[in-house]
Ligand binder design. Structure first.
Ligand SMILES: Nc1nc2c(c(=O)[nH]1)N[C@H]1C(S)=C(S)[C@@H](COP(=O)(O)OP(=O)(O)OC[C@H]3O[C@@H](n4cnc5c(=O)[nH]c(N)nc54)[C@H](O)[C@@H]3O)O[C@H]1N2
Ligand SMILES: Nc1nc2c(c(=O)[nH]1)N[C@H]1C(S)=C(S)[C@@H](COP(=O)(O)OP(=O)(O)OC[C@H]3O[C@@H](n4cnc5c(=O)[nH]c(N)nc54)[C@H](O)[C@@H]3O)O[C@H]1N2
Ligand code: SF4
Ligand SMILES: [Mo]
Length: 699
């Protein structure tokens, strides 16, 4: 059902952003989308959204939108395609998938997806399709692994204090996230606290971000050294009697052991590791220890290193030492994944899988497609792929091998997309996809607590189809096991999921647009106990047997997990700088892009200008690199060419390159992920996008 073209409609932002904004959609008289704004009556969105989504009409009505299915006529990757009908395209895909299955087994087909849309129906129906055929599964590892694992190692549950409580805080510590760019609504609530209560803002990052520019105290540290900072802060808290010993006794697993362990983790020790001064560390610890209503907002950025899970856990431990968890406006928050408790059985249909199929790591896509037997988990080669909502040729690490893999003549690739992305360019068949305003879906907030409806607002042009359509049509054609989920439209799926999760019907839901699922105060603040069986916060996690929500389904720990420190500590697992690679590269997000989305719209491109490498002026001078010079940056994985910029305020030896630009925005067509590594981070995988040693020189 399409909403009547009125002056305003509503939706929810589908992007992979912790804010998951409730949207008002302004329409013009012709029933076209004009502008998006934040819903004022949603208590988290509070009327604010980012500029890139406000101007969504640019993306919806973009002249480069894919309109018709295309079949490759040129060489792989050359970009020459011809139009083909939907029926012919779907028939051909089915033939190719069936042929791969006949020759190499069903697991040679790999449906591949990610978070271009976070809609539960359109994003996750691909699981039903794969299970119904016994195709290879995907181990998700681009984004959340280290962060969630590290947080849950401490708390036992991926949930926490109501993020709206930031407005009631006396001090907010924003650690390893840049919300001015990546989740603007955090800034809304922090600003309320500052205006109404004079709250203090502390920011920890590796360069002076837009968020840090607003801070009362900004700590610019070396990448991958957050655990050292956290340990030294806790050292001072114990030393200066700022630890809450009653709280520690009641709510934590081994406070005495922690205190003993931290004796040697002094501010001087951490200063040497982090590059901060002793005074800065002492100051941060004193502020954190003396303000009870301190709210820690821990982001993803500082976990995208090979020691990222340890870093997240160490930062989360600070709150258990101060006992700020007890306070309204206090505690430690990362993500609310555990509060939703949704029944996705109809969408995903796990029961259709006869036996566990292999779970290929999405970050290892380059190694997988180039035939690395370890990455293939000993199974057959991948011969056919269906890709939805992701752009791996741009966003995946080890880009050179990703490109080589997709260039294989014997690989049949289908990309279902809104735009001719770099991945779509490598495809044999490109299918045009609807955008969120053109289909129905439902979304859950990661950085907040609402389940939000995003109904279809406008009819798509005759051409683009939603993910669900493609999956249901292909299921028929490849003779997949039947399942009721293949015969339901998106609204029926939403209705089924809501009813079977105890959240009423779609009809009820539609009147309210969203529901607020924040648990009560005591639960959210773990005052009835933390999520572990013993009810305690764990300073000493069992890394090899974590309850992390996103570990491989066989539960086996990955990477050098057995070397992880038992108690919070600096762990030397990062890709350290060496004589050949004296710099460490952090590929932080750009304000006007969202991963590789929006890097096709003119307004965003104009704002971001061009791919750049930012380095400290004196370090650039020492290399004879002037502001604006073309430079080469490289390591054993490859070399990229981009412009240098002198940037005063970043940690020594660090290079920042913001944004996932299209590869062809770089001088020689090699994108930033040419340099990043795909190795699996301990203990439950993940890609260390901000943990890359590089050399840099004038081009
Ligand atoms: N505008 C915009 N918004 C986005 C995205 C985008 O690309 N652009 N991406 C979306 C997605 S998918 C996600 S997962 C979220 C992620 O959002 P965030 O949680 O903000 O995580 P990151 O984007 O990885 O990095 C955030 C910050 O971490 C810093 N950082 C990197 N390494 C370290 C370190 O070792 N220590 C410390 N202390 N800081 C470090 C970076 O410099 C950066 O400023 O944002 C979402 N929102
Ligand atoms: N260097 C570096 N690389 C990174 C990161 C980093 O910080 N640095 N961040 C990583 C992180 S955190 C993440 S989450 C990944 C994200 O990487 P991706 O999951 O690839 O995310 P996007 O690039 O935003 O979106 C992918 C595509 O989905 C398409 N899409 C959107 N909605 C739909 C739909 O309904 N149907 C279909 N068929 N397609 C749709 C969009 O057009 C877009 O081209 O990137 C990772 N890569
Ligand atoms: S802030 Fe995030 S959730 Fe809100 S509109 Fe922008 S991208 Fe979407
Ligand atoms: Mo992400």
């Amino acid at each position: 059902m399409t909403q009547q073209p009125t002056q305003t409609s509503f939706s929810a932002c589908p992007h992979d952003c912790p804010s998951t904004c409730a949207l008002d959609v302004q329409m013009d008289d012709a029933g076209r989308v004009k502008r998006l704004s934040g819903a004022k009556d949603n208590s988290y969105t509070a009327g604010v959204i980012c500029a890139k989504v406000a101007r969504y009409a640019d993306r919806l009505y973009h002249p480069d939108r894919l309109k018709k299915p295309l079949i490759r006529v040129g060489a792989k990757g050359e970009g020459r395609f011809e139009e083909i009908s939907w029926d012919a395209a779907l028939d051909l895909i089915a033939d190719k998938f069936l042929a791969a299955e006949a020759e190499f087994g069903a697991q040679s087909v790999w449906p591949y997806h990610y978070a271009g849309t976070m809609g539960l129906v359109q994003r996750d129906s691909i699981h039903r399709f794969r299970h119904a055929k016994g195709y290879s599964r995907q181990f998700d590892s681009f984004c959340t692994n280290m962060a969630w694992t590290g947080y849950v190692a401490g708390t036992g549950l991926l949930a926490g204090p109501d993020p709206r409580e930031m407005a009631l805080s006396d001090q907010i510590v924003i650690w390893g996230t840049n919300p001015v760019a990546t989740q603007v609504n955090v800034v809304t609530h922090v600003t309320t606290a500052r205006k109404t209560r004079g709250a203090r803002l502390i920011v920890v990052d590796v360069y002076r971000t837009q968020t840090m520019k607003q801070a009362d105290l900004g700590l610019v540290i070396r990448p991958g050294t957050d655990a050292a900072l956290a340990c030294a802060i806790m050292h001072v808290l114990f030393r200066d009697d700022l630890a809450d010993r009653d709280y520690l006794e009641k709510f934590t697993d081994c406070p005495a052991e922690l205190e003993e362990h931290l004796q040697t983790r002094t501010p001087q020790w951490a200063a040497d590791i982090t590059g901060l001064s002793v005074a800065e560390i002492e100051e941060a610890a004193r502020l954190i220890g003396s303000v009870k209503k301190t709210y820690f907002r821990l982001g993803y950025g500082f976990t995208r290193s090979r020691n990222g899970a340890v870093a997240m856990h160490a930062a989360a431990c600070i709150g258990a030492v101060t006992g700020c968890w007890k306070e309204e406006g206090g505690g430690v928050f990362h993500n609310n994944g555990a509060i939703y408790k949704l029944n996705k059985a109809m969408i995903e249909a796990r029961e259709l899988m006869d036996e566990p199929t292999r779970e290929l790591d999405q970050s290892l896509v380059g190694r997988i497609l180039t035939g690395d037997n370890t990455a293939l988990l000993g199974g057959p080669p991948v011969k056919a792929m269906l890709i939805q909502n992701t752009n791996p040729v741009s966003v995946a690490p080890e880009q050179e091998s990703v490109k080589q893999g997709f260039a294989r003549e014997d690989l049949f690739t289908v990309v279902h997309e809104q735009f001719m992305t770099e991945t779509a360019k490598m495809a044999d068949i490109v299918l045009p996809a609807t955008q969120f305003l053109e289909h129905d879906d439902i979304y859950k907030g990661g950085g907040q607590q609402h389940l939000l409806l995003g109904p279809k607002v406008v009819e798509p042009e005759n051409g683009p189809k939603e993910n669900l359509f493609v999956l249901n049509e292909l299921a028929k054609r490849v003779h997949a096991k039947d399942h009721p989920g293949f015969h339901m439209d998106a609204r029926q799926h939403i209705d089924w999921m809501l009813q079977n999760s105890g959240y009423g019907t779609l009809a009820d839901f539609e009147k309210n647009r969203w529901i607020d699922l924040q648990p009560d105060f005591a639960t959210s603040h773990f005052l009835k106990g933390f999520g572990h069986a013993d009810g305690k916060f764990h300073f000493k996690p069992d890394w090899g047997r974590s309850t992390a929500p996103n570990k491989p389904s066989n539960g086996v720990a990955l990477g050098p997990w057995s070397e992880m420190p038992a108690l919070p500590d600096q762990w030397d697992a990062i890709e350290a700088a060496d004589a050949r690679h004296p710099f460490r590269l952090v590929t932080a997000p750009a304000h006007s892009f969202l991963n590789s989305t929006f890097n096709e719209t003119d307004a965003s491109k104009k704002k971001e200008k061009r791919p750049e490498a930012w380095l400290r002026s004196e370090e650039a001078d020492a290399l004879g690199i002037a502001d604006g010079d073309l430079v080469k940056m490289g390591n054993d994985r490859g070399v990229v060419t981009l412009h240098a910029r002198h940037y005063g305020e970043l940690s020594p030896g660090t290079v920042i390159s913001e944004g996932i630009w299209p590869n062809d925005a770089f001088v020689d067509g090699k994108g930033i992920n040419t340099l990043t590594g795909a190795d699996q981070v301990a203990p439950y995988g993940g890609a260390a996008f901000h943990d890359t040693a590089v050399w840099i020189r004038k081009a």
